[in-house]
Design a binder for this molecule. Structure first.
Ligand SMILES: [Ca+2]
Ligand SMILES: [Ca+2]
Length: 366
């Protein structure tokens, strides 16, 4: 009787062990959601960079569709930073082929923004005074005959020690932006002096948020400061028709995560920038016959208005300030000297007998 009881206990113990093994082996991955928070985001790119180059057991099928994929056996490595519920490297093998590499970034892009129902938001550490800032540097305005492009330089101000990768988001007001035009281009200078493969991701959600991730891949961090890339977008063509008071176009950098090669986070402050868009309260007419050239201009600007009499011309800078006005003598063709203008983008408000026409031009010093 006694021995039977022990026997049953042993059986129970063995059953529990098997049960445990069974639970351990039945892990699932949603391809792209490497940190297993229920959603594929730019933060998952950082995990991909940390595990990059590692190999392990492949899944039964190479399948990256957004559904529960069984992990038949875990890999030897866990991601650091989560000792209670460690995230296994198998989660970073998004397509299940047994390699953590660039192909897995394609899966993150494919399943970007998708959720599996139980999302735990990615956490971002709030930074304090004196900690690095991810900031907007100088803004370049590129004016062509067709549209106006704004190019924002994104910079890490103050030295970032142990930079391995960064994820952040840029918020903008969709009312002023041509859909589909926001884009981020990495400037790899100080973040990739040794020219390793970079993981790069830029995603516009279409509702005023653009997500960026950049990550190194050789488990070796760098230190430095300065530009990490440019964010550009095209301003709606009809913006200058908006009735005054003019709108401010605000951009925000938020949700920043800067990591070292072991996923340790450096707190980084965000930044915002306000762009004053030029607006006029008067009735603006669209007249395709008025031509301003050359563009870019150096010393002079020529204005030709075909059969529309021009009475006065005002020149504005990008802050909406009047720099000079010019009364015309020659009704249909006039030459406007530009001696005192510094190089940059300007707007001409052209008063004609039928209304105001707006043209943009760029002044160059060469
Ligand atoms: Ca995730
Ligand atoms: Ca893979």
């Amino acid at each position: 009787m006694f021995s039977t009881k022990i026997h049953i206990q042993s059986l129970l113990f063995i059953a529990l062990v098997f049960c445990n093994v069974e639970v351990q082996s039945q892990q699932f991955v949603w391809p792209g959601d490497i940190n297993d928070n229920g959603k594929t985001t730019n933060v998952d790119v950082l995990y991909l960079g940390v595990g990059f180059g590692t190999t392990g057991p492949a899944r039964d099928s190479i399948n990256s569709s957004w559904s529960e994929q069984t992990i038949p056996s875990l890999w030897n490595q866990d991601f650091p930073g989560n000792p209670v519920m460690p995230i296994n490297y198998a989660y970073a093998d998004c397509n299940g082929d047994g390699f953590i590499d660039q192909d897995d970034l394609l899966v993150i892009q494919q399943n970007y923004g998708l959720e599996n129902g139980g999302v735990i938001p990615d956490d971002f550490i709030l930074a304090g005074i004196g900690e690095p800032i991810l900031s907007f540097g100088p803004v370049d305005t590129i004016i062509t005959a067709q549209n106006t492009q704004l190019v924002f330089n994104i910079e890490v101000a103050d030295a970032a020690v142990d930079f391995y990768g960064i994820a952040f988001s840029i918020e903008y007001d969709t009312a002023f932006v041509v859909a589909g035009t926001p884009a981020f281009t990495t400037n790899p200078q100080w973040i990739n002096p040794d020219q390793v493969q970079l993981l790069e991701l830029g995603r516009d959600n279409g509702f005023g948020t653009y997500d960026v991730a950049i990550c190194r891949t050789n488990q070796s961090p760098v230190s430095g400061m300065g530009g990490i890339g440019t964010f550009s977008l095209i301003i709606e063509d009809n913006l200058i028709d908006i009735v005054a008071p003019g709108p401010d176009f605000k951009l925000n950098i938020k949700d920043i995560r800067l990591i070292d090669e072991e996923l340790n986070t450096t707190p980084v402050n965000g930044d915002s920038v306000l762009i004053d868009l030029i607006t006029f309260s008067e009735n603006i007419i669209k007249d395709k016959n008025i031509k301003v050239f050359p563009n870019p201009a150096k010393d002079y600007l020529h204005l030709e208005s075909k059969d529309l009499k021009v009475e006065q011309i005002e020149c504005y800078n990008s802050l909406g300030q009047v720099l000079f006005s010019h009364r015309t003598i020659y009704d249909y063709s006039t030459r406007i000297p530009l001696p005192d203008l510094v190089a940059g983008a300007y707007v001409l408000k052209i008063y004609t007998e039928e209304g105001i026409v707006v043209r943009q031009f760029v002044k160059n010093d060469f």
